[in-house]
Design a protein. Structure first.
Length: 154
């Protein structure tokens, strides 16, 4: 278990593979879909240690005590630059660049949340803006906004 970490230690924005459940209410977690092999994203961590995770389109808040008994392995997914991805490429948002906290609220308001799938529709001739399809609508992102998104290939 040397390369495993508990859910309580997981970093916001990262994706993990659930490896092991070492708690008394394992059946409840399995019923929620939190089974070994499940891929989860860490969405938020509260001051009291509770962790909000995403599993597909579901969201769960897990208290700190339970999070300490759920063990994960970090997924090493190649991060792609949205502005240079070929037209037609389907991507999944995995988080936000730490250098762009000012854009995070704006991107969230536009529906660009972790776990959301996007498709590159077109790039302007000089590379700014980039048009994407997200949640059934088209959205154009300026260079700085596109660079603030961390995405990986589907």
């Amino acid at each position: 278990m040397s390369n495993l970490i508990s859910l309580a230690e997981a970093k916001v924005g990262d994706r993990y593979c659930l490896v092991k459940l070492m708690c008394s209410n394992t059946q409840q977690l399995l019923g929620m879909g939190l089974a070994p092999g499940a891929i989860i994203s860490i969405l938020h961590r509260s001051d009291r240690g509770a962790v909000m995770v995403a599993l597909d389109s579901k969201r769960f808040c897990i208290n700190h005590e339970l999070a300490q008994s759920i063990f994960l392995k970090l997924l090493e997914l190649p991060v792609v630059n949205l502005r240079t991805a070929p037209i037609g490429t389907r991507l999944r948002i995995i988080g936000y660049a730490s250098t762009a906290p000012s854009y995070k609220r704006k991107l969230l308001a536009m529906g660009l949340t972790p776990g959301t799938e996007v498709e590159v529709v077109r790039h302007a001739p000089l590379g700014d803006p980039t048009e994407i399809r997200v949640r059934g609508f088209h959205l154009s992102l300026r260079k700085d906004e596109a660079d603030a998104l961390k995405v990986h290939l589907l």
